[in-house]
Design a protein around this ligand. Structure first.
Ligand code: AHR
Length: 511
């Protein structure tokens, strides 16, 4: 009889590709802090992200705003506790001359946004507008400097303009423009995608350029100096990271960036809403690739920096699809479905689990561009499934990462496999344990046994799910997808058993 049961169980396991899903985790053993900056955002002068997104103008009487920035967006981002905001690009950054964006707005010269749609901008959103917005949001600014088409002097002047307290040509100009106290910006990108839109440089050439620019960017008045971040590799360009880590003196280098988008095929990206399981699987495959990229770039960084003093900064990540029909192809406006919730949850779990090296990440992009958290149309604003994942996961910000071991089923499609479950866990300063779980399997719910090294009880749980993977929020139905309470878990002392539905995200709070 026992043999028959064993054979039946074995056959069932083969048939369903099921194994016992389990998480063994040790809340008392964590040491590494999940840097809150992993939950960072990115706002480029691109399409309707800044103009007709964040910024609707001081004279706009139909959309409530603070100094021209929409109040509904400010409120939404404050609820995310966004820790930093990267600006002004992206590719745009290496075309941006900051002095065109200061002083009286009616006297600012216009410019052509050559990367994104070829439209003319009037420079009405500039340095003061961005840094004042960061103050309102209580978030740290991360400025990308122009290396591609700027000069060393121009970038050195920008640093002095925003950071210098005393008497100097640039701080005096700032004061003349109405801002007495410096903003004290710590995070500075030294160019963007120097291998591509930032100048099509070879890594050896960029290294020399970086060394020169970084030398003249003064950290005066900033506690611990500036965090200078080198333009990093695209995807698996490991040679780029190798050359930067080897040839830039580490006293000039606080961070090395990495960009990786979840895109099926640059020539055929597919629709953001109308996709089949093949396309879903491929997108998630690209997304899961982040794990390998971080491991391999980390291995190179470890070789030159075993003490992990130089941070990995994933300052562009997210899903990238075809633009929505009838929108400007240069504006990168796409919808955001449950597939994007899967991408967000999976990537945030990956970043958390690599918190010893990954110290900052920036989702591309905040408003109306790529995997946005907020979409706007006229005076309406909606929150996307990605927004809700960022909100559910914010409990991990600055918490202690809990080491864990995961055994997971595969999500199998057409003979290809991906791990179905991703997870990370942390302990807050108040002693609360948070576990974030994502099940990317389109069909199968997953039952998971969680074994802990101490007794815990459930405080609360929330889930983000929907009936179809293509579901999304729209201006007609803005709350179709939002987190709801979740209680499909039993906990007895140090063992929990949870069933997580297909394509859903769950965050649990235990004490
Ligand atoms: O986020 C959109 C673009 O993607 C950025 O401008 C660029 O850095 C990247 O190629």
């Amino acid at each position: 009889m026992k043999l028959k049961i064993a054979i039946l169980a074995f056959t069932l396991a083969l048939f369903t590709n099921a194994q016992e899903n389990s998480i063994d985790f040790l809340p008392s053993e964590g040491e590494i802090i999940i840097n809150k900056h992993i939950y960072g955002h990115f706002a480029e002068h691109l399409g309707r992200c800044i103009y007709d997104g964040f910024y609707v103008g001081e004279n706009n009487t139909s959309i409530p705003n603070t100094n021209g920035v929409r109040n509904d967006i400010i409120d939404a981002l404050k609820k995310l506790d966004i820790p930093n905001l990267r600006w002004p690009g992206g590719c745009f950054a290496d075309t941006y001359h900051w002095k065109d964006g200061i002083g009286p707005k009616d006297q600012r010269p216009s410019m052509v946004n050559t990367w994104w749609g070829g439209i003319t901008e009037d420079n009405s959103f500039g340095t003061h507008d961005f840094l004042n917005l960061c103050e309102v949001l209580e978030t740290e600014p991360y400025i990308s400097g122009n290396v591609g088409s700027g000069t060393v002097q121009e970038l050195a002047d920008w640093v002095q303009y925003v950071n210098f307290e005393g008497d100097s040509p640039m701080s005096n100009l700032r004061k003349q423009n109405g801002r007495e106290k410096p903003w004290k910006v710590k995070f500075w990108g030294v160019g963007n995608e120097a291998w591509g839109c930032g100048g099509n440089m070879r890594p050896e050439y960029y290294v020399d350029i970086y060394r020169k620019y970084a030398t003249f960017m003064s950290g005066a008045g900033i506690e611990g100096g500036l965090d200078k971040i080198a333009s990093g590799a695209s995807d698996a360009d490991y040679n780029w990271t190798e050359v930067l880590m080897r040839d830039i003196p580490h006293n000039l280098l606080q961070g090395v960036a990495l960009h990786h988008y979840s895109v099926i095929d640059w020539g055929n990206k597919g629709s953001s809403t109308d996709y089949n399981e093949d396309q879903y699987f491929m997108t998630l495959q690209r997304s899961w690739n982040m794990e390998e990229l971080i491991q391999k770039h980390t291995a190179i960084m470890d070789k030159y920096d075993p003490e992990k003093k130089v941070d990995m900064i994933v300052d562009e990540w997210g899903g990238w699809y075809d633009v929505m029909p009838d929108t400007n192809p240069g504006f990168l406006y796409q919808q955001n479905t449950m597939r994007d919730a899967m991408i967000a949850g999976m990537n945030l779990n990956i970043f958390n689990n690599h918190a010893d090296r990954v110290k900052m990440a920036n989702l591309a992009q905040t408003v109306n561009v790529l995997q946005a958290v907020v979409l706007t149309e006229g005076n309406k604003m909606i929150l996307t499934p990605t927004y809700h994942v960022m909100e559910m996961f914010k409990v991990h910000q600055d918490a202690v990462l809990i080491p864990l071991a995961l055994k997971t089923d595969d999500y199998e499609h057409n003979g290809q496999r991906l791990p179905a479950i991703s997870v990370s866990a942390s302990k807050s300063k108040e002693g609360l344990v948070h576990i974030s779980l994502v099940n990317i399997d389109l069909k199968e719910p997953k039952t998971i046994t969680i074994t802990m090294d101490e007794n815990h009880t459930l405080v609360s749980g929330r889930i983000l799910k929907s009936s179809a993977i293509q579901d999304h929020n729209s201006f007609e139905n803005p709350e179709k997808i939002k987190p709801v309470p979740f209680s499909d878990i039993t906990i007895k002392k140090d063992i929990g058993v949870i069933t997580i539905p297909a394509f859903s995200v769950v965050v649990l709070e235990l004490k």
